[in-house]
Unconditional design. Structure first.
Length: 544
């Protein structure tokens, strides 16, 4: 596998100082030869022929000349060493500019330069270039839990796995963070060759990796683009492979995907929705709707779960499963959630105090240490009682940072807010979370409830969850109740509450108020049975 190429220049370039020192040394040597021969011949004549003694000025000049030779020689050596050090530093700078210092792989600029050469050679030899973008799936968790030193060790281990999986003539690069790229040539009629390499990369990185004494599971998502279909330059191939990589990640991670044009259209649609969200959230265009929650023992309405609905001015109704994930990825979920809460709290201020509101908290929101304070502030500003609020947190949301979740939940409960464990049974460690956090309620995931009639396993899971709730003195709410027969079955099992289309579809604020008004559940309105009785009595008096 080809990494950053290094070059060395020889001989070293001369400098003015080096030339000057050399000239002094040469001149000193010539003078030494001339003066030394005169002094030597004078000494011989004086010693053997009885001639005149040697002139002291010549001896002094000779000694001075020797000193100049020594000085010039030492200065020449010092300058030579200085030039070597400078050249080595320049060589290191060139290497650092061309490659990633942590892994030794190419950087983005160098990959573009060398990849362009590979692309030109592939065109000349009727081959194709495949460019892969590889993104690690859980690298941030390793960094957060074990520190950046462990993260660096892990990246070096990943680089070794990538090197082992690629052909010897492939290019490998790291773009910073946990994103890598690979460029290789292949026979355009044999794309399965690239498939096998991508499969090997995914398989190798799905295995546990040792890093500083611990084993971590990361996995990766890989996107692939090919030069004969998806782009004629390395930059265009990078963009296509990046789109394919995100498609693979959204499809479930630990897999690879080839780029196709539908992915690009989907990306444009996603970007359009994100731009729309940035306008719709502050404008209050995404509004709350209310799904009834009913006591299975008495049949009375006890409250509502608050859901979000977006009627786009051009695209019409956009389902939550489309815009909620985009809001999470774009970092807008906190603003969206608080906007929905404020609207719901304002609408419910004059509802009967017995009616509660349940709101979902996204896993992304639980990363915000100020979440509890933001929710409390929204309740204070809208005049909504904390005891009427129930926040729902999924098990998966607790997995990332349990101590922070404990702090947030503790702050909310101190204000009187109830907390429910949502989608119970689908998370990571249900019993551990029930012990670690002071939940007030368990909500059974609707996937189990909806399949109770058709699946004995689902029915057994629902029964077990209800039994667990009884043993822990935690009431149970079942989601996804679509028929009254299913509600009766859940009631017989001991489930306390239910919600779902058996009690009507979620309604907007005006429809919800009309329904509550008809039931006498708006403060300041008389009970409907009492109002009917008074009207009857009044009509009788008039008739009489």
């Amino acid at each position: 596998m080809t990494g950053a190429e290094t070059t060395s220049e020889s001989p070293l370039p001369a400098t003015r100082k080096e030339l000057l020192a050399g000239a002094i040394s040469v001149a000193s040597i010539l003078l030494f030869v001339g003066i030394g021969s005169s002094v030597l011949s004078g000494l011989l004549a004086w010693e053997f022929d009885g001639g005149a003694p040697v002139d002291e000025s010549l001896v002094f000049a000779l000694l001075l000349n020797i000193a100049l030779i020594l000085f010039g020689w030492r200065r020449h050596r010092a300058l030579y060493a200085e030039v070597r050090v400078r050249a080595a530093a320049e060589e290191r700078a060139r290497t650092l500019a061309a490659c990633d210092p942590l892994t030794g792989f190419l950087n983005r600029r160098s990959l573009s330069e060398q990849g362009t050469k590979m692309l030109a050679e592939a065109i000349r030899t009727d081959r194709a270039v495949a460019l892969m973008i590889l993104d690690l799936d859980h690298f941030k968790t390793v960094n957060d839990m074990h520190g950046h030193s462990a993260g660096d060790t892990l990246l070096r281990a990943v680089a070794a796995e990538v090197t082992a999986a690629l052909p010897a003539d492939a290019l490998a690069a790291r773009f910073g963070g946990d994103e890598f790229a690979c460029v290789l040539t292949f026979d355009p009629t044999q794309p399965a060759t690239v498939d096998r390499i991508a499969e090997l990369l995914v398989r190798r990185l799905a295995q546990p990796i040792e890093a500083e004494g611990f084993r971590c599971h990361i996995g990766c998502s890989v996107g692939i683009a090919r030069s004969d279909f998806d782009g004629t330059t390395i930059d265009s191939l990078m963009r296509a492979a990046d789109i394919a990589m995100y498609s693979a990640k959204n499809a479930g991670r630990d897999q690879f995907a080839w780029f196709d044009r539908s992915m690009e259209r989907a990306l444009h649609d996603r970007n359009d929705l994100e731009s729309g969200l940035r306008i719709a959230i502050p404008a209050g265009q995404i509004v709350p709707v209310f799904e009834q929650q009913v006591d299975l023992t008495t049949g009375k309405l006890t409250g509502f779960e608050v859901l979000a609905r977006w009627n786009h001015p051009k695209l019409g109704n956009i389902p939550p499963d489309r815009f909620i994930p985009i809001a999470e990825e774009a970092g807008l979920i906190g603003d969206l959630s608080l906007s929905i809460m404020r609207q719901a709290f304002t609408a419910a201020r004059d509802w009967d105090p017995s009616l509660s509101l349940s709101v979902n908290i996204s896993p992304w929101q639980l990363r915000d240490a100020w979440l509890a304070q933001k929710i409390i502030k929204a309740m204070v500003e809208t005049g909504f009682a904390a005891t009427r609020l129930e926040v729902e947190i999924t098990e998966s949301a607790l997995f990332e940072n349990l101590p922070l979740a404990q702090s947030i939940i503790g702050s909310l409960k101190n204000q009187g807010v109830n907390v429910a464990l949502d989608d119970f049974g689908t998370g990571y460690s249900s019993l551990a979370h029930l012990r670690a956090l002071p939940f007030d309620r368990i909500k059974i995931d609707k996937s189990f409830v909806l399949s109770m009639h058709d699946s004995a396993d689902s029915a057994a899971i629902v029964n077990a969850i209800i039994g667990l709730g009884h043993s822990l003195a935690l009431p149970i709410t079942a989601e996804g109740v679509e028929t009254l027969q299913l509600a009766e079955r859940l009631a017989a099992l001991g489930c306390s509450k239910a919600q779902g289309w058996a009690y009507g579809k979620p309604t907007h604020v005006p429809e919800t108020r009309r329904m509550l008004g008809a039931r006498g559940l708006l403060r300041g309105m008389p009970d409907p049975d009492l109002a009917t009785g008074l009207a009857t009595l009044t009509s009788r008096r008039w008739v009489g």
